[in-house]
Write a protein that binds this ligand. Sequence first.
Ligand code: UD1
Ligand code: MG
Length: 446
Amino acid sequence: MTQRTCQAIILAAGQGTRMKSSKPKVLHQVAHLPMVSHVAKAALESGCQKLSLVVGPDMEEVLQAVQAIHKNVQSHQQIERLGTAHAVLAAQDDLRVPMDDVIVLYGDTPLIQEQTITQMRDALAKGADIAVLGFRTDNPAPYGRLLEENGQLVAIREAKDASEDEKKINFCNAGIMAFAGKSMLDLLQKIDNKNAQQEYYLTDAVELANQAGLSVVALEADEAEVQGVNSRQELASVEATFQSHARLKAMTEGATLSDPQTVYFAHDTQIGRDVLIEQNVVFGPGVQVADNATIRAFSHLEGARVASYCVIGPYARLRPGAFIEEKAKIGNFCEVKKAVVDKGAKVNHLSYIGDAHVGEKANIGAGTITCNYDGFNKFKTEIGAGAFIGSNSALVAPVIIEEGAIVGAGSVITKTAKANSLTLTRAKQMSLANWAANFREKNSKS
Ligand code: UD1
Ligand code: MG
């Protein structure tokens, strides 16, 4: 069988007034990725080669968010919002030489899964001219109802146009529709706005297709998968659904989550097998955790890579560019940014390691700070393999601590600490015998 070609049209012209936001609704993020980018990702994973985006005026950033996912994006402006068919027709230039399958998606429905789009494409491959995605709900009130007869979808009735009997139907239109490219534009151009809202309804394509003797089927998805976001409350509810799926996925793939409800993943978090994630751990974007690593309670990781058998936390913060190599340890109240911590090195207590390289098996004492910033520029600290940095030391970058060097506790190091030597910068200790006793006596008399 030859592969069918596929394109997607993502509708994103709505400003989303109920979000009460200065940015377009579809740019609000779920698991640290804009909603519209989630949708684009699902479309691409299901085999779409080309994306068309319908946006409102001044929505350049929406295009940029989708371009970050895929280069082949055509953006179209819909100036007046006259309905979903009108919105799709804003992209009609992209339909003149259509691909085999055309999928219409909403930019504010971010949890749509690649598998669901693939099922809709399969329906087209089996001969359907339109496949509509439906869902069953206890609250059908605002949605278009799917009217079926003998397995054929005969019409979609918008809530505002529905009869009392039709309103009782709880099988609703999710809004996601797949069209055979060859008949799509003809159907869309026949849609008028003679309805309660005087809008051009994309859903009217179903009745028109029936009149033309074409085949239309409805598929069913889970209500949570097709939840649209119109408010901050709905955004939170979609985020919660994403998180519960991500937790299940991590566990299914072999990670232990001590208290799953308290672990938060980003859209792209990668967790290996036999990883232990304790309570209250937050993953920002761009984190990879390899097999057998442990992330202890209350840690926050972002843009970081953690290799096998590392122990991170409790209360650790890994910021972008923190690359922690095998068996290394980053302990409580340590922050690591843009630094490679080599195999078996330990940064166990109260440290800041930024713009640095920590060599194999080096030991960074409690309270060590790499002073990487002078208010204008950042500088690098190089710590050699096996070096030992005594507690409460400040390493003023740019600076090199050579292999096997020991830095005495409380030092401020501004010049190279030579290999295998002891380097310390400390005022000499002195002691005045009986001074304390005399002092107390003098003060107690007055
Ligand atoms: C639409 C469907 C309805 C379905 C519901 C699911 C139609 C006529 N109705 O209704 O059957 O149950 O979605 O949520 O299609 N948009 C534009 N330009 C427009 C109009 C809409 O870009 O002119 C975009 C919106 O930004 C949104 C999507 O299309 O992402 C859906 O629009 P919306 O107004 O929410 O449609 P509903 O009336 O909810
Ligand atoms: Mg809606």
